[in-house]
Design a protein around this ligand. Structure first.
Ligand code: HEC
Length: 254
């Protein structure tokens, strides 16, 4: 019987041994499925960012180009990335040289137009309005102006999706992880870190648009998030299924 006005009896915080096998199964599949989702997120990041700087692998420079742009023109980015297999090395170098020299019309007529006519206008002509028209000087010139990186509209959309999505992910993994037997300070750090990482990561996307060194913060934020996800994932699964606690010693783990 409860008595009004008296502080309630201190309730032990729950740990994995308080869960039924079905609850543990649920936690396990939530973790496994989130882990799979994380894997696909990594593949997506790789696919959309890698090679923008013309080199294999994901580098801070790729991140800077993706968010800030203005290092290369759209034409250069396309020729290093998605259109790289449509052209040979020396023609590509000639186009890059032409852009560096300021993209003059005379040089275009003599050196660039023949390359594009041979390799690009088959697809890039006025009949397809969704891709740049490379049959005229004006059309080519439009792709040879500096890229401005991700637009504000895209950043708003992606920030909103990530803030909601990541909160659900780390809310769930954190709630499961809170049932483990790790030292209490480790638990607090690992539950807090992903949220700090979210602020770092998303905040720095915006700042990278105006200040390049923040590309490193994007990477640090992403890495912190990955490390805390991995730690919560593996420790939770291990403690859930492979950790025996004797009842009389259980209090030691709280
Ligand atoms: C087989 C058809 C095809 C050929 C050949 C082709 N492209 Fe493309 N190009 C596309 C398509 C489709 C897109 C849009 C989808 C994408 O970005 O991958 C595109 C996109 C582009 C873009 C825009 C990228 C952006 O910023 O959105 C540029 C610039 C470009 N191509 C340049 C070239 C150049 C230069 C060549 C010749 C060396 C070339 N393309 C050859 C099909 C082609």
């Amino acid at each position: 019987m409860s008595e009004i006005g008296r502080s309630p009896v201190r309730k032990e915080y729950p740990r994995f041994h308080d869960l039924s096998p079905s609850q543990r199964l649920l936690c396990t599949f939530v973790l496994l499925t989130l882990g799979l989702g994380y894997l696909f997120a990594m593949i997506l990041i790789w696919e959309t960012h890698v090679g923008l700087d013309g080199k294999p692998g994901l580098s801070p420079k790729d991140i800077m180009i993706a968010y800030r742009g203005d290092i290369s023109t759209r034409l250069e980015l396309a020729l290093k990335g998605p259109m790289a297999d449509k052209i040979d090395e020396s023609s590509r170098a000639r186009i890059f040289h032409w852009i560096e020299e300021g993209g003059q019309e005379a040089a275009y007529q003599s050196a660039i137009k023949p390359i594009l006519e041979e390799r690009c206008v088959f697809c890039h002509n006025e009949s397809n309005p969704h891709i740049p028209n490379l049959t005229t000087f004006d059309g080519v010139k439009k792709t040879a102006v500096k890229s401005t990186g991700v637009s504000i509209g895209t950043l708003v959309r992606v920030s909103h999706i990530h803030l909601f999505g990541l909160t659900f992910i780390f809310g769930l993994t954190g709630a499961i992880f809170s049932l483990t037997y790790v030292k209490i300070w480790i638990k607090r750090v690992l539950i807090t870190t992903p949220f700090i990482a979210i602020y770092l990561d998303i905040g720095s996307w915006w700042i990278t648009k105006v200040s390049e060194p923040f590309a490193y913060v994007v990477i640090i934020g992403g890495a912190l998030m990955g490390v805390s996800f991995a730690a919560q994932f593996f420790i939770s699964l291990r403690h859930m299924w492979f950790y025996r606690v004797k009842d009389d010693r259980a209090s030691e783990y709280y």
